[in-house]
Design a protein around this ligand. Structure first.
Ligand SMILES: NC(=O)c1ccc[n+]([C@@H]2O[C@H](COP(=O)([O-])OP(=O)(O)OC[C@H]3O[C@@H](n4cnc5c(N)ncnc54)[C@H](OP(=O)(O)O)[C@@H]3O)[C@@H](O)[C@H]2O)c1
Length: 201
């Protein structure tokens, strides 16, 4: 069965963005984006680059990991506010919201029902893995469905901000096996963790 993979950039102290919910890697963002980081994404996870970046870098490859991306409404709206109603036209794109009534783009499917039920339905379909893009609130709602985490650990602390999982997420210790680690010269570490099989040591 295809996996739900939370593929996410995170600071050492567990934040994925600042407190104001803006895009930390946008033009006015504070999150450093090093050349070797972009190169690693382009080579290994090209489908996770948004369309404007793919175009600027001349990336046209499909990528082998994901064919579907899930975003919470606040993460999605950062792209809309920057002028892009579909940052991932090369993927099946779902946005979760209880307040939006129409999708701003025909390539983006709005999901107003339970995210867990939707993810279970998507997992039963054939295809590549499903990229949970974020943010922390949607990831909190889907935490029990996450099969793999790919954490892009940035050499930075923030002090406060948007957590990896919303503070509303239930306390439920969950164990993972580390299955990959790639250290970039610029300091970011790509860490892959697979959820331990239930009953596993
Ligand atoms: N570091 C990274 O790699 C990375 C990746 C992605 C995002 N981010 C950052 O994360 C921040 C946004 O994260 P966030 O946690 O504030 O928000 P979010 O998870 O992106 O979006 C939250 C919204 O998603 C909808 N939602 C969440 N749970 C739901 C549920 N159970 N059922 C239905 N809808 C649900 C709700 O929309 P409605 O209010 O419309 O109901 C909710 O307000 C931004 O700053 C973004 O730039 C960082």
């Amino acid at each position: 069965m295809r996996k739900l993979v939370y593929f996410i950039a995170v600071s050492i102290d567990g934040f994925i963005a600042g407190p104001d919910g803006s895009d930390p890697t946008g033009p006015d963002g504070f999150w450093p984006v090093a050349q070797d980081y972009v190169q690693h994404l382009a080579q290994t996870y090209p489908e996770t680059l948004p369309a404007p970046a793919r175009q600027a870098l001349g990336v046209t490859t499909e990528g082998s990991c994901f064919d579907t991306v899930l975003e919470g409404r606040r993460t999605y709206m950062n792209g809309v506010d920057a002028g892009f109603t579909d940052c991932y036209p090369h993927l099946k794109h779902y946005v979760f919201s209880r307040t939006l009534t129409d999708s701003p783009d025909p390539g983006v499917e709005l999901v107003t029902t339970d995210p867990v039920a939707k993810v279970r339905e998507l997992k039963r379909e054939d295809g590549k893995d499903i990229w949970l893009c974020g943010g922390g609130e949607l990831a909190g709602a889907l935490r029990g469905e996450i099969d793999r985490l790919v954490v892009k650990l940035a050499p930075m602390t923030l002090g406060s901000g948007t957590p990896l999982f919303s503070h509303k997420t239930a306390f439920e210790p969950t164990l993972y096996d580390r299955t990959d680690a790639v250290v970039l010269d610029s300091g970011t570490v790509f860490l892959t963790y697979d959820k331990k099989a239930q009953g596993g040591a």
